[in-house]
Design a protein around this ligand. Structure first.
Ligand code: C5P
Length: 228
């Protein structure tokens, strides 16, 4: 079976950075599952479909023409061949994602698509329910968390660097709102899988988190199986 390393947690905990670095380090594939929900929200916006129109959003999810290619921030996202990376990674993109992600049929429609990305030599999967729902048999599940304040600050720096104008207090409010929506929804709420190892990154540098992750990878004997 193709090994999968799951990295789940709330937004802004550093999952994307760690997942990308780990995938590069191991030479494995990368699944940015949030991008799937983001591109779906964006596709609905373009088609004039409200995010709470469950049947229409589900149909959109089923027929979503999305593809990924390696990019500077992990993966670039293509919708029907058009590069929509910038739009889907905006705050608005995150808002749309968390709105469509509450629909159980949407999650079911995207489930198989995600599983199909578990290709040799291995997959690093970044999301909310990678370890709890999508790849329950994964040999390593990490739950990466950080305080809402630390996450808001990181997100703020990231968006500023991208040239987006944002307010830190509004970001913090949005993060808390998104956390509540992700944690309280009925379909695949954000919870650490029972067998996940939790890392709190509030006080840790990216390098420190990455080194802990590498220790776990080595302990489970995963890195050495990269080409096997
Ligand atoms: O990780 P990212 O911030 O890109 O995810 C955007 C939103 O997509 C999350 O807030 C969450 O609502 C949803 N999501 C999800 N399940 C995943 C990944 C993302 O519900 N596996």
């Amino acid at each position: 079976m193709v090994p999968v390393i799951c990295i789940d947690g709330p937004s802004g905990a550093g999952k994307g950075t760690i997942a990308k670095r780990l995938a590069e380090h191991l030479g494995w594939h990368l699944l940015d599952s949030g991008a799937l929900y983001r591109v779906l929200g964006h596709a609905c916006l373009l088609a004039g479909i409200p995010w709470d129109d469950e049947p229409a959003v589900t149909e959109m999810a089923t027929n979503l023409d999305v593809s990924f290619r390696p990019g500077s921030e992990g993966v670039d996202v293509l919708l029907a061949g058009q590069d929509v990376t910038r739009a889907v990674r905006s705050e608005e993109g995150g808002h749309g994602a968390s709105a469509v992600a509450v629909i159980p049929d949407v999650r079911a429609a995207l489930l198989e698509r995600q599983r199909q990305l578990a290709l040799a030599p291995g997959l690093v999967a970044d999301g909310r329910d990678m370890g709890s729902v999508v790849f329950v048999d994964a040999p390593l599940k990490i739950f990466l968390s950080a305080s809402p304040e630390a996450r808001a600050q990181r997100r703020y720096s990231q968006l500023l660097a991208r040239g987006e104008s944002v307010s830190l207090p509004r970001l913090l409010e949005a993060i808390k709102e998104r956390d509540a929506r992700d944690a309280n929804r009925d379909a695949s709420p954000l919870v650490a899988a029972e067998d996940a190892v939790t890392i709190d990154s509030t006080e840790l540098s990216v390098d420190a988190v990455f080194n802990r992750v590498l220790d776990l990878v080595a302990t489970r004997g995963l890195g050495t199986r990269a080409s096997g």
